[in-house]
Design a protein around this ligand. Structure first.
Ligand code: BT5
Length: 236
């Protein structure tokens, strides 16, 4: 077992990713930081991540050979964890986990030298969201009316992450991509991907072997997108 070989269990922290950063030189690969509450949870590009008690807020220190499958394998691991409870989640590229068109979990990977901090946030037993998030965010509890045992879900998730990380380490990235395709809600959808300097609109036809989103443009040209903010415009 790599993931979960060591656990830092905290009641409250600013951000588990930031806490993991302070451990990176002293702790082995697979060390997990878990917190019940984050006071300054982070999304990508320094966005805020709402992290009240009730959610699963965790980070894992990893030393992967390849970076790109990390977010994908994290998303797949979250989906497989909830599959155990017959809750079917959907993956939205690059790092969102969705239920009933709302975001119930997010993934944040940060590179620190030759290490990666994989942060995962799951809105598990959260009863209410601030107004500015209520249209886009939800929790497993709100969507399914099921209150799951948080530590049990966390334990299952660590096991799933460990299985999929080993798959990656053993060169079986294609299997992770196959699972990602199974869980994604994006194939065939019309999307708009925004970059700092431009935007691309087209239909999603695949996820590439390198984790990129493969989009067919209105003129039939194929574009491979490796990063960016993605919005589903329509399902046609
Ligand atoms: C993410 O960013 O989706 C990455 C979230 C990663 C959070 C975990 S929690 C454990 C670890 N420690 C940390 O400090 N972070 C990681 P992004 O795609 O940039 O989405 C951020 C946006 O989602 C925000 O700008 C809000 O619009 C929205 N948002 C904020 N909190 C949310 C929540 N709890 N659930 C759903 N959406 C949220």
């Amino acid at each position: 077992m790599i993931i979960g070989c060591k656990l830092h269990y905290l009641d409250e922290v600013d951000s588990t990713n930031e806490y993991a950063r302070t451990l990176i030189d002293k702790e082995p690969e697979g060390t997990v930081v878990f917190a019940h509450e984050q006071t300054a949870g982070k999304g990508r590009v320094e966005r805020r991540w709402y992290s009240p008690p009730g959610g699963i807020w965790m980070s894992v220190i990893l030393k992967p050979e390849k970076l790109y499958p990390i977010s994908l394998m994290a998303g797949v691991s979250v989906c497989e964890t909830f599959h155990t409870y017959n809750i079917l989640l959907g993956l939205k590229w690059p790092n969102d986990v969705m239920l009933n068109k709302k975001k119930v979990a997010g993934v944040l990977t940060e590179v620190v030298d030759d290490r990666v901090i994989l942060g995962i946030g799951i809105n598990l037993n959260i009863h209410k969201f601030p107004d500015e998030l209520s249209n886009i965010a939800s929790s497993i509890l709100l969507e399914t009316k099921k209150s799951l045992d948080k530590m049990m879900v966390f334990q299952l998730l660590c096991r799933e992450l460990d299985d999929h990380y080993l798959m990656m380490k053993n060169g079986k990235t294609q299997q992770i991509l196959t699972k990602w395709r199974h869980y994604t809600i994006m194939l065939g959808k019309q999307v708009r991907v925004e970059f700092p300097d431009k935007a691309v609109t087209g239909r999603v036809i695949d996820i590439g072997g390198d984790g990129s989103l493969v989009i067919m443009m209105p003129d039939g040209k194929i574009e491979r997108v490796v990063a960016g903010d993605c919005r589903i415009v329509s399902s046609m």
